[in-house]
Design a protein around this ligand. Sequence first.
Ligand code: ATP
Length: 235
Amino acid sequence: MLEVKDLVVAYGKVKAVKGISFSVEHNQVVSLLGTNGAGKTTTLRTISGLLRPESGEVWFEGQRIDKMPAHKIVQLGLAHSPEGRRIFPKLTVEDNLMLGAFARKDHQAIAGDLERVFALFDILKERRSQPAGTFSGGEQQMLAIGRAMMSRPRLLMLDEPSMGLSPLMMQRIMSTISELQSEGVTILLVEQNAAAALELSDHAYVLEVGSITLEGSGKQLLGDDRVKKAYLGED
Ligand code: ATP
């Protein structure tokens, strides 16, 4: 469904991603793991058209997308819930969510999806008319995930969805990912909590200073000594 080939992304002279190749099969949950600065966010931003690669290719469902504008990529069914607080602070919660559906014309289904996001994150429903800028970091994170869900993506990329959330909310996010997968959505996940991510992942890649150094099924990597040591805090 998604294929990244020999991708190189640089900020000026500094190469943040140094020629990585990986793929995501239809209806899988795939994780990208790696320490801070490994290039995970850069990779997701390049796939969603926010950054241009220096070289390499990105293919989504048979189309080459690495030169496409970001809004076209969303229209193809690839959504991105970015790391941190990339919401529109002056707009209300509901308007932020509706922006996720900008490319859709199926109004009834949009209303249903809005209710679904509200059922998942009740705080968003309670405060739907408030400006989103008044939200805490964790609440803004929920809003960013909800907004990505509103585009009804076939492939949803989540950049550290549990960041700033309580353990309870984190569990909820993880079970939402499984639920979305059972509905046919494909997920590409970047997550600090490697154990939780690997539990749900069909496949995972480990990124270290811009290169993929390890890959395998979630189960394989959970049992891998290098992963245990570096990412799971085990000896
Ligand atoms: P984290 O888990 O900390 O978010 P990451 O794996 O997502 O890390 P990136 O944010 O992709 O890593 O960063 C990869 C490298 O690129 C880092 O060395 C970072 O300092 C550098 N970098 C990221 N954004 C920029 C930028 N806008 N300008 C210059 N360098 C950048």
